[in-house]
Design a protein around this ligand. Structure first.
Ligand code: BGC
Length: 338
């Protein structure tokens, strides 16, 4: 429903959500939350009037059963998606991010309450331990899992032949783009990041990764081996597709609400993609192993650099303010205990 963001009292967390009881610490807000709050996307539990929002979680375990792998005090992040009940063959093998029948649920997004609460429950299987050294940076686990999955797809497509990427182009320097760039840098690739912003923290963040920051695609003077697209902008997707060299791979991670038609010279582009064995692959959500990889990526990163991605912390009492992204904002988080 439009303008439905609010703060209300809800029932105690439902034991059906899982045996681990967690105190919510932080909640990351992203474009999906903005769309849900505006009534453009998402759906609550069947029969429920409201949905607890939030899928980028960080909490502290309050109680956990023996042998759950968790003890009170552990920092934890919850997995977003749950397999469909059937389950489809992909969900049956744990690949819920590749669900075939669309009947999966997602905490805080689709037919399940999210993690934006002072207490929540989770099944230990759908929870990942966040090392204490990461502290508040653990709230970046879920967004980072989106990119470890994207890179996994790039690797799997790349494995079709010899594949040693050198230049990586990332389009969009929001949290998703910057985490994509971080992984590229950790892998030793040469990183190029395109974004519209000419000021604010983005150019320096890219520079501090040792990357090149661009505001115009025309200024890119290399052929990217990999493009991680994080804007969802149709024209940009098209332009980047045309840049792909032999064996090039573009992974699409963003969605844009735009409806403007664009003109696409599909015949020459198709010819180019075919003769170059170029690949374009979409990527959504993440499997369990991608969360574990996300923790590794965050733990290996410079904590000060990561900390600069969190540009604003909003107290729970004022949380709808977190839905308004300022020009200098990258990741806005809600402090669930204040
Ligand atoms: C979340 C994904 C989710 C997708 C679609 C994204 O914001 O990060 O986990 O699958 O929205 O609902």
């Amino acid at each position: 429903m439009p303008d439905s963001a609010d703060i209300t009292e809800v029932e105690e967390p439902d034991p059906a959500d899982g045996s681990v009881l967690v105190e919510g610490v932080l909640l990351g807000i992203c474009g999906t939350d903005v769309e849900i709050a505006a009534g453009d996307f998402g759906s609550g539990r069947r029969g429920a009037e409201r949905m607890v929002l939030g899928h980028e979680s960080l909490g502290r375990v309050l109680t956990a059963p023996p042998k759950s792998g968790f003890v009170p005090g552990d920092l934890v992040a919850g997995v977003v998606r749950r397999p469909d009940p059937e389950p489809c063959p992909a969900c049956a093998r744990g690949d819920w991010d590749f669900c075939r029948n669309g009947r999966y649920t997602e905490r805080g997004i689709k037919e399940a309450d999210g993690y934006g609460a002072q207490q929540w429950r989770v099944d230990p299987y759908f929870a990942v331990k966040v090392p204490p050294e990461l502290g508040r940076l653990g709230v970046l686990t879920e967004p980072a899992s989106i990119l470890t999955k994207a890179w996994d797809q790039v690797d799997q497509v790349g494995a079709r032949s010899w594949f040693e990427p050198e230049h990586v182009l990332v389009t969009g320097a929001g949290p998703i783009g910057l985490l994509a760039a971080l992984i590229a840098q950790q892998r030793g690739y040469v990183v190029h990041v395109l974004d519209r912003a000419t000021d604010g923290p983005k150019p320096q963040l890219v520079e501090d990764l040792g990357g090149e920051y661009l505001t115009d695609l025309k200024d890119l003077d290399v052929v990217p081996d990999v493009v991680i697209e994080a804007t969802g902008n149709g024209q940009l997707v098209l332009d980047c597709a045309g840049l792909l060299g032999p064996g090039g791979i573009m992974c699409l991670t963003g969605i844009s609400p735009g409806t403007e038609p664009i003109e696409a010279p599909m015949d020459p582009l198709t010819r180019q993609l075919v003769v170059r064995n170029a690949a374009i692959v979409g990527s959504v959500n993440a499997g369990k192993r991608h969360y574990a990889q996300a923790i590794d990526v965050l733990a290996a990163a410079d904590a000060h650099w990561l900390d600069r991605l969190i540009t604003r912390t909003v107290p729970l009492t004022k949380w709808p303010e977190a839905l308004q992204k300022g020009p200098a904002d990258i990741k806005v988080v809600v402090d669930l205990q204040s």
